[in-house]
Design a protein around this ligand. Structure first.
Ligand code: GCU
Length: 681
């Protein structure tokens, strides 16, 4: 049985006999240089990996001659003979990047893995193991790869009572009760999984922060986790509740310009670094959704962020200040608030502040146009915040391959420095020469046996890490790697399943939010449909606020005749979205209030076309099911059955979405369903 616990680190015996022969001939012994914890960790992983892949527990213990070595160590430790043979490659490595190269020495081929740092060596070792897992040949292997992003970080929305906000895969991994003395094997496996894809940071706690995490009793537990993660190159960060000086510090105010408050944060920060010398820094949600922040004291985001940044500066820590802000005071269009509140402060933040921006201006919808802040703050580092957990995408029940969504965002052109100014170039810092870069992902993991609830959603954690390392990668290549490592190298499985994964994102858009519809989820839990909800006290919580269905048509007019949110984009983009005929149909109802009888590009009216899209989504889930059912021979029985059950739930719910939305909107369109759309039962 395979319960999925091992993720993409399955290290199953290489089935292809010829390749296995090539691998075992090329790796007869291991030689390593250096003795840091990270180097020892790399050795440990190689032992786990190779003994699995070669199905040999007594690996390297026989006395046959060992001519072909696998050699690893960082630039400063590696023997000069090896160093000289990889000099050119090593000079191309940046930061924690690495080299993997086959060299010839004394008539024998050897494989060398090296880097400028020990963590780079560890990444190289994981990459090497991946090459074997995905069955690449080692012949003339010569890989140089460096991360394009500095801070590649998971955001856990985990509460101290182990519930997880918007978490659908069990409870929090962090057992605050048994920490610091009990180290769960999960912590180590979590670190392995993250390091294998280059993730180098983790925020342990919810953005809706509880100040208690900053008390000595908890910091001791945080330290225990930091100690586990350190050899894997993972730094620990915490969310900092803005009102902590009041709640745990006994002060009367949390005003960021108050001398006692400033001192409190300085002392607290020093205390943290005293406990955890490589602590990463703070993630802050301030003045959003009722959270405290500088505006409570008549101050602004810069005052708040810079005060904390100053406390962290002597220790090399950073502040990730979130731009997810909205309030009922800007009731005309919530989509505009973050840009309005932040862009005027461009250039005012301290160097160790990075503003963390969600991929879209509303909230992790199945599809959103890119957030207009990307590209609009040339002097301020902006990091991307993606959601890996599927708050608005069917939780851990629906199979949706999210790297496709991430890729779509990264590839979009902001036009801020002319054509080609993609979001990826904003985020990797190259467009405006940024000093720090980052990509954050709100995790989808919990203590479910398989970590993510649904086996296929492990791919979203994996793909997030790969894209945080390099936002220019293709989601399709990532899916290929993931399938090979997680399931099998058999093309009969890979080709159709990869196609299914790639399609799955558009499928969920089709049956939930086609043509730019958004935020029509039932209130609070955001799971099923709720387009009819319209009586919540805050206008921008109501789905009716977003779809604006009436007798004329459907959609939110954000053009210059409406909320004018389009003006927050570069002129090229604004022009495109202001005109219904140049607006991509995938974003139609995001930007326009469109007549039910508007002719779509396919010739159907909006009403008919929308109804058919909902049906298309349902049909596509049916196709996923028949495909999966034909794949039984390639998958172990437990994972096969579990995925099958999930897909059947997904089908029921795709129909639920179709029926609920069409019946509701039909009250406004007053038109029959077109041929081809199944009537609800
Ligand atoms: C969404 C989500 C909240 C979360 C918030 C945030 O609104 O529903 O649970 O706290 O995003 O990102 O801060």
């Amino acid at each position: 049985a395979n319960n999925g616990y091992d993720l993409w680190l399955q290290y199953k015996k290489v089935e292809n006999k010829q390749l296995l022969k090539e691998y075992t001939e090329n790796i007869q012994a291991i030689q390593f240089f250096g003795n840091s914890e990270t180097i020892k960790t790399a050795l440990k992983e190689l032992n786990i990996g190779l003994s699995g892949l070669f199905d040999n527990q007594n690996l390297f213990e026989n006395d046959s001659p060992k001519n072909h070595l696998l050699v690893f160590g960082s630039e400063s430790q590696l023997d000069t003979t090896y160093l000289n043979l990889i000099k050119t490659e090593l000079s191309k490595v940046k930061k924690d990047g690495f080299v993997i190269k086959q060299i010839q020495l004394n008539g024998n081929s050897q494989i060398v893995i090296s880097a400028k740092t020990d963590v780079g060596v560890l990444y190289g070792v994981f990459r090497f193991l991946r090459e074997l897992q995905i069955n690449n040949s080692l012949k003339d292997i010569n890989i140089v790869d460096s991360p394009k992003i500095d801070v590649r970080i998971l955001n856990h929305w985990d509460n101290l009572d182990r519930t997880v906000e918007r978490g659908y895969a069990g409870f929090s991994l962090w057992n605050w009760h048994t920490l610091p003395d009990y180290i769960d094997q999960r912590y180590i496996d979590y670190a392995r999984a993250n390091a294998s894809i280059g993730i180098n940071g983790t925020v342990l706690t919810n953005v809706n922060a509880n100040a208690l995490i900053l008390t000595p009793q908890y910091l001791e537990k945080v330290k225990a986790l930091a100690d586990v993660f350190r050899p894997y190159g993972i730094k620990v960060y915490l969310t900092a509740r803005f009102s902590a000086p009041i709640e745990i510090g006994g002060l009367k105010t949390a005003d960021p310009l108050d001398a006692d408050v400033i001192k409190w944060w300085k002392d607290k920060t020093a205390e943290i670094y005293n406990t955890i010398p490589d602590f990463g820094g703070f993630l802050v949600k301030a003045n959003s959704e009722g959270q405290p922040g500088p505006q409570n004291y008549g101050r602004n985001h810069v005052d708040g962020a810079n005060m904390m940044a100053e406390a962290l500066e002597p220790f090399g820590g950073i502040v990730m200040w979130r731009a997810f802000v909205y309030s009922e005071h800007d009731a005309t269009d919530r989509a505009k608030q973050a840009y309005s509140e932040f862009v005027p402060y461009d250039g005012k933040f301290k160097d160790n502040v990075i503003v963390q921006v969600k991929n879209g201006a509303i909230d992790f919808q199945p599809r959103e146009p890119f957030h207009p802040m990307f590209g609009a703050m040339p002097k301020t580092p902006l990091m991307m915040e993606f959601q890996i957990t599927q708050e608005y995408l069917g939780f851990s029940t629906h199979l949706v391959y999210l790297p496709k969504l991430y890729e779509e965002v990264f590839e979009t052109d902001t036009y801020r420095e002319g054509k080609g100014s993609t979001v990826a170039k904003v985020v990797d810092g190259s467009l405006h020469n940024k000093k720090i870069t980052g990509v954050a992902g709100v995790t989808n993991i919990g203590n479910d046996i398989n970590w993510t609830g649904h086996h296929f959603l492990q791919a979203n954690w994996y793909g997030f890490g790969r894209l945080a390392w390099n936002p220019h990668l293709k989601s399709e290549d990532i899916a290929d790697e993931w399938i090979r490592q997680t399931f099998t190298n058999d093309e009969n499985f890979i080709i159709p399943i990869k196609k299914m994964m790639i399609q799955s994102r558009e499928t969920v858009v089709n049956y939930m939010n086609p043509y730019g519809l958004h935020h029509i989820f039932d209130t609070g839990h955001h799971y099923g449909p709720g387009p009819w909800v319209g009586s919540l006290p805050r206008p921008e919580w109501n789905p009716t606020y977003y779809h604006k269905a009436d007798g004329f048509g459907l959609g939110f007019n954000r053009t210059k005749t409406g909320s004018n949110a389009t003006a927050q984009y570069a002129p090229e983009i604004a022009k495109m979205y202001n005109d219904i005929s140049t607006t991509p149909e995938k974003d139609l109802l995001w930007f326009h209030h469109v007549s039910w009888n508007h002719k779509l590009k396919n010739g159907y009216t909006l009403w008919d076309g929308m109804a058919l899209k909902y049906q298309e989504g349902v049909n596509e889930v049916e196709d996923m099911i028949s495909l999966w059912n034909s794949m039984e021979q390639y998958v172990d029985s437990q994972r096969f059955k579990e995925v099958k059950m999930m897909l059947n739930i997904q089908l029921k719910e795709a129909k639920w979405w179709r029926d609920a939305c069409l019946l509701y909107f039909q009250q406004f369109s007053k038109q029959d369903l077109p041929n081809g759309v199944e009537k609800s039962s």
